[in-house]
Design a protein. Structure first.
Length: 276
């Protein structure tokens, strides 16, 4: 009886290990979970601080568009979330709850779509972000608030509606004041990860470059990355765009193919163009 059970146990353990390796291969490009995930399902929690994304946003006595107006809040105005209302409203193609918020001595309700889902500061400037949806998909709406009360803004179509954001300096690129990086969350094998970089430079906000990171267990992977001047091996006048690709051609013989490519792209103040 023992001789019958042992092979079955070994087979079971082998299948479990293969399952683990398969899952790890799928999630290898996910960002650390301690970072804040942004998505159309994002919800504010009581006690959170945020800022007004819209312009002249009306603070209302009740969670509806016909309620009394208590005050008008300028873009960037700080509020504290008190509670999420059960009432919903549409804004920019997305259904969002109303929130009861506090600002100074006043409390009232603001529709969630008019609040920044995340604020990222760099020096005296800061980025406010929100989302919109239409027939083309989900868009990231970015507003960069400048120290003289002006702001820059743009909208970018997302390949995946769940993502992380981070902000940094120009990483050694001349004339780039800050960089906003969007990193997609790829939760399943074969789903595109990667992201894109927004550069703040010369009073403009541009989408400088996109990159892809996708994996399908141990069968296929494609990883694109950017090497900046401040990083080891970088050059002061541009970036290196690198691509690594792996493909298993035959499972039985483990015949595989690996490709590594790199191109130097000089920084000229306009979006980078990666050769085909």
């Amino acid at each position: 009886m023992g001789n019958l059970i042992l092979p079955d146990f070994i087979l079971l353990m082998k299948n479990l290990l293969l399952s683990v390796f398969f899952v790890l291969g799928c999630i290898g490009f996910a960002r650390p979970q301690e970072m804040e995930l942004i998505s159309p399902n994002y919800r504010f929690k009581p006690g959170m601080q945020t800022q007004v994304f819209g312009s002249r946003v009306r603070l209302r006595a009740q969670p509806n568009l016909n309620a009394q107006i208590i005050a008008e809040l300028d873009m960037g105005h700080r509020v504290r979330i008190l509670e999420e209302s059960s009432e919903l409203g549409m804004y920019n193609g997305l259904e969002m709850p109303w929130y009861r918020v506090e600002t100074g001595a006043k409390t009232g309700f603001v529709l969630g779509g008019l609040l920044a889902l995340q604020t990222l500061s760099f020096g005296s400037t800061y980025y406010l972000v929100s989302l919109a949806e239409d027939s083309m998909g989900v868009w990231l709406k970015t507003r960069l608030m400048l120290d003289d009360k002006r702001h820059l803004e743009r909208s970018d179509l997302l390949k995946t509606p769940e993502f992380y954001l981070s902000v940094s300096d120009g990483r050694g690129l001349n004339g780039v004041q800050s960089i906003l990086e969007a990193d997609y969350l790829a939760e399943a094998c074969g789903v595109d990860g990667g992201g894109f970089l927004l550069f703040y430079t010369d009073a403009t906000l541009i989408k400088a470059i996109e990159f892809v990171q996708v994996g399908d267990a141990d069968v296929f992977s494609l990883v694109e990355a950017v090497l900046f001047p401040k990083e080891e091996g970088g050059r002061p006048d541009g970036i290196y765009f690198k691509r690594k690709q792996y493909e298993l051609l035959d499972e039985e013989t483990e015949w595989s193919q690996k490709l590594e490519m790199s191109v130097f792209l000089p920084w000229k103040g306009v979006p980078f163009v990666v050769p085909k």
